[in-house]
Structure formats: C-alpha cells, structure tokens
Design a protein around this ligand. Structure first.
Ligand code: ADP
Ligand code: MG
Length: 567
C-alpha cells in the first residue's frame, strides 16, 4: 500500500457511530442488510453506467454479491462486483454523512432522544452499521473501468479516524471485511448468515451468493487433503420483488422491501402494488411510512420514488412522479414507457411522465382512503403527515374532493386537540336546516376552542371545526365546499345560520339592533379609524364584544405568513 493517509471522521459521524453502537445493540443483525443493500445499489449503478459503455464490466457482466466468512478468524466478508469507488469517493462516502441536513438534525437531538433506536433509523445508518458488530473494518475497492493500480484500501476501528491507501486491485467493485467483536462472533456462521440473507435480501434482484466447500473423500471416508472445491450458491430469491405476482408475496416480504427502499427501520403503515398494462405500461409499489423522515419540511429533502426502466435502476428520489403534498410516499416505479437514458431534465419534458404522475397520485390517494378504514393506523398517518396532506387542495385542484375526504379535524363535537374527525363525520351530524360547514381558525387549539365567535354555535348546538395548524387558513382558502356544503369562517362577515334560526329570533335581533343604535355610534366614534364598522351582533352570548373580519379579507394567520414572507 502506498500514499497512506490518516483522516478524522466528520464530527457527526463520530456521534452517529457512538449512538448506533449503543442504541442498536439488540438489532445488530441489520448490518448485513445494510451492506447487501449497498452492494445491490453498486450493482444497479454499474448496470446503468454500462448501458453507455460496456467496457465498464471489464468482461464480467454477471453482477453479484458474495458473502464469505471465516469462523476461526472471526470475520465476515461482503463483496460485490458493482461500480466501486475511487479514492475521493471513499473519503467522501465513508468519512462523512452525505445527506444535507443530517448533521444539523443530529446536533439538535437531546440526550434523551439519542437513546431512541428509532431515531437512528432516520439516518439510513448504512455502511457505519458494520461497527455495531465489528471492531475493525477493511474496505478494498476499485472503480469499474479504472486502472488496476487505482484500487483503494480504507481501514478503521470505528473510533475517531480512518486510513486510506492506494492498492493494486485485480477486480473492480468493493469488498468489505468485518472483524467481529468478541460478542458478535456468532455471525461468522454459515447457517446464521444464510438465514439473514433470506430474511432481509430475498427481494433484491442481484443474486447473493455464499460458498459451499466440498472435499473429496478417500475409500475410508476421510477428507482428501487439498481436494476442496468451492461452488457458489445463490441464497436469495434474486427476483425484483415488484415483478412478482402480488399473490405470491407475503406481508413480511413487502415490509422487508420497504426497509430497503425507504432506508427505514420501522414497518410501513400500508402499501399498494399495481401492474398497469395498455397505453402506459408500468409497475408501481407505493408505501406509506409509519413515521416522518427528519427532512419532511426541508426544501431539498429527499422525496419521490426509486425509478427503474425495464428493471434497470435509473435514479433514486425521482420526484416528478408524485406531487409535493405526497412527498412522504416511498416506493418503486418500473416502466417501459421511458428510455433507459432518461435524465432528470428529460423527465420534466416528457408528457408520459405527467400521465404516470396523475395515475400514481390517484393510487396514492386511494391507498390512503383504504387506510382510513383502520382508524388507529390512519390516526398515526394523520398525526405524522396530515399537515403535509393539507397542502394538497392548493397544489392539486383536480383531486381537491378526494383530498378533502382524507382530511381530519378538531371540532367542537369532541372539543379535543386531536384531529380525528372527517368532513363526512361533520356532515352526518349537521343540524336540520344547516346548509354550511362552519369553521374557525386560530393560532392554537385553546385559542380556537375558547373563541367568543363560538358562543352562538355552542348555544344552538351547531358544530364548528376548530382549525389550529399553521397551514389551515391556506388550506381553507382552497376549499370551497364539501359534498355541496359551503365552508364558512365564523369569524368573518355576516353570520347566516340558514334555517337553523327561526323568524321570531330574527325579529328580536332586529329590534335589539335598533334599540342600541346610539351605543353603536358612540363606540364607533371612540374607535375612529381603528375599525371599519361597528355592529350589534347576536354571535355572542357571554362576551360583550368581538373583532370580526370582512368576508373577503385575508385572515390573521395568512397576514402573518405574508408578513413573514416580506410582503
Ligand atoms: P446510503 O446507502 O444510504 O447512501 P451508506 O452509508 O449505506 O448510505 O453508504 C454511503 C455511500 O457509500 C453510498 O451512497 C455509496 O456511495 C457508498 N458505498 C457504500 N457501499 C458501497 C459499495 N459496496 N459499492 C460502492 N459504493 C458504496
Ligand atoms: Mg446504504
């Protein structure tokens, strides 16, 4: 080895390593899934690059992953003949945390949160998970198509630093040798490794092979020395999961595949697997995660599906196939309708992309509708992604009604901050003669719940939606009606309770208004330009006065958003 240098891990990597080793102990077998997953990605990448340049295969186009072990030495080796890495890539990929925002997020975790194994899953722990079971890792790699002298060796004990050196490497691709910790030696075992491969990597299209060593015997049944032959057996199913018929795929397989595509530890809430033939031909497998990624609200956060064209991996996070308000959906799209050398730029111009997007959007919304039948699961979904789905009506006019059906609210019916009531629930409880859906928007649940605007509604037993998310006013400005019932902000304009009011009441109100004309004049004079108008109201039953906005005026929340945006 030459040109050896010792480098420090990025601070956040050190932090992550520490966290991981402590919080994932009971889950440590996942290291194998992560390393196989990386090997499969590397094979995908080579196959894609080789579309333009066959020579990158260096004569070996049979992509594969191999897992080997040595029980005596206590090592496990994971090897692939994928794309490989050059020196700079090794330093970049195996010394830092690449995804933007991750480091920032890590810094913000409190000590208590750091103990939470589920949080760790958010980083896509990946390569570093090797250190949960190993106290020493060596990586040997060479980029496909490069010179034999361009090999690189990376070595670390997972403490503060790693070394990189140039080496000669005959074959391209990557080999990772884990030297197992004393208490993790159980993994250097043929049976154990095989069952882990089946458990986690059956769905991966690249074959995962393990060696079978056979020794010839002499007449007495003794091993003949030096007669060992090794044959490599494929251990996993090695067909892309989404290509297989639905009826043959178990829930566990769907879940394992989700963890692979979404880099998530926890199970998805639900999924939808569809094969479409005809004008458009594609297979889609979409998942609803059970928890939010840390970058859900970041502009450059990861989103979209993994795109394949005729089973060839093209790109991760192809965001063109789903609208922004469904950015939490993860999954795979495999189509024949795009060309293999499609790029992000080309995707933006292709009219077929728009068609697939609209079909996938429908699928995703239908999947959520189905999920809604399971109240508990849907509530988990809503608490996690509800505020993102609320962006929907503004972004996707065509699906406004479908999205409206998926929304959940707090209302005066439950008087609870939990958003768990649908518009259909509200409509089913509407009073006789009530024609509108009433709502109030406030900064927080308590402000909404105790607003004086609700007094008359409470008195008459008319339900009001209590909106208190930042995005709610924006949402309501894009929803006109639900099942023919118009939405009315109770804090705006004249209050018309429709047929719920009777004639006598109306008369009494008019009389009161007349009798109080003097008072109104005096109040108006006292407030001067601060208000547009002063009126006698029958909205209130306990409070003496309240502020009302004109019907078409921007609400308080929107004003604040606009001000914050510098308008
Ligand atoms: P992720 O897979 O989520 O990107 P990892 O920590 O698993 O995160 O891997 C980090 C990066 O290291 C990968 O994105 C890839 O660029 C590189 N890498 C890891 N393993 C391999 C491999 N076997 N072959 C080529 N590149 C790899
Ligand atoms: Mg990975």
């Amino acid at each position: 080895a030459t040109h050896e240098e010792t480098l420090g891990f990025q601070t956040e990597v050190k932090q992550l390593l520490h966290l991981m080793i402590h919080s994932l102990y009971s889950n440590r077998e996942i290291f194998l899934r992560e390393l196989i997953s990386n090997g499969a990605d590397a094979c995908d990448k080579l196959r894609y690059a080789a579309l333009d340049n066959d020579a990158l295969y260096e004569g070996d186009s049979e992509l594969r992953i191999e897992i080997d072990h040595d029980a005596e030495a206590g090592t496990v080796t994971v090897r692939d003949n994928g794309i490989g890495m050059n020196r700079d890539e090794v330093i970049e990929n195996l010394g830092t945390i690449a995804r933007s925002g991750t480091a920032e997020f890590l810094k913000q975790l409190s000590g208590e949160q750091q103990k939470d194994a589920r949080l760790i899953g958010q980083f896509g722990v990946g390569f570093y998970s090797g250190f949960i079971v190993a106290d020493d890792i060596t990586v040997r790699t060479r980029k496909a198509g490069s010179d034999k002298a361009a090999g690189v060796e990376w070595h670390s004990k997972g403490e503060g630093e790693f070394t990189v050196a140039d080496i000669e490497r005959e074959v391209h691709g990557t080999e990772i040798v884990l030297h197992l910790k004393e208490d993790a030696r159980e993994f250097a075992d043929d049976f154990r490794l095989k069952s882990l491969v089946r458990k986690y990597s059956d769905h991966i299209e690249v074959p995962v092979r393990m060696p079978r060593v056979e020794t010839a015997k002499d007449e007495d049944g003794n091993d003949i020395e030096g007669s060992e032959t090794t044959t490599w057996e494929t251990v996993n199913e090695a067909t892309a999961l989404w290509v297989r018929p639905k009826s043959e795929i178990s829930d566990d397989e769907y879940k394992a595949f989700y963890k692979h595509v979404a880099h998530d530890f926890s199970d998805p809430l639900t999924w939808s697997h569809n094969k479409v033939e005809g004008k458009l031909e594609y297979v889609s497998l979409l998942y609803v995660p059970g928890r939010a990624p840390f970058d859900l609200y970041e502009r450059d956060g990861a989103r979209g599906v993994k795109l394949y064209v005729q089973r060839v991996f093209i790109m991760d996070d192809a965001e063109q196939f789903l609208p922004l308000y469904l950015r939490f959906i993860k999954g795979v799209l495999d189509t024949r309708d795009l060309s293999l050398n499609v790029s992000r730029e080309l995707l933006q111009q292709d009219p077929k992309v728009e068609k697939i997007k609209s079909a996938l959007t429908k699928r995703a919304l239908d999947m959520l509708k189905k999920l809604a039948k399971d109240k508990e699961a849907y509530q988990t979904f809503w608490n996690t992604f509800g505020s993102v789905l609320k962006e929907g009506p503004a972004e996707d006019f065509a699906n406004r009604d479908k999205i409206a059906g998926l929304l959940r609210f707090s209302t005066t019916h439950t008087d609870s901050a939990t958003q768990d009531q649908s518009l259909a629930d509200y409509v089913s409880r509407m009073k006789e003669g009530q024609e509108k859906i009433y709502y109030i928007v406030a900064d927080g649940f308590n402000a909404a719940k105790s607003s004086p605007h609700l007094e008359i509604f409470r008195k008459k037993g008319i339900e009001v939606l209590l909106l208190h998310d930042r995005i709610d006013e924006w949402l309501m400005s894009h929803l006109d009606e639900f099942e023919g019932k118009r939405f009315v902000d109770v804090a705006k304009g004249e209050l018309d309770l429709g047929d719920v009011e009777d004639e006598e009441e109306k008369k009494a109100q008019e009389e009161t208004a007349k009798a109080k004309e003097d008072l109104v004049k005096r109040v108006k004079a006292a407030l001067g330009d601060e208000v547009q108008e002063v009126k006698v109201t029958h909205r209130l039953t306990d409070s003496p006065a309240c502020v009302v906005l004109p019907e078409h005026e921007m609400g308080f929340q929107m004003r604040r958003i606009m001000e914050a945006a510098g308008q």
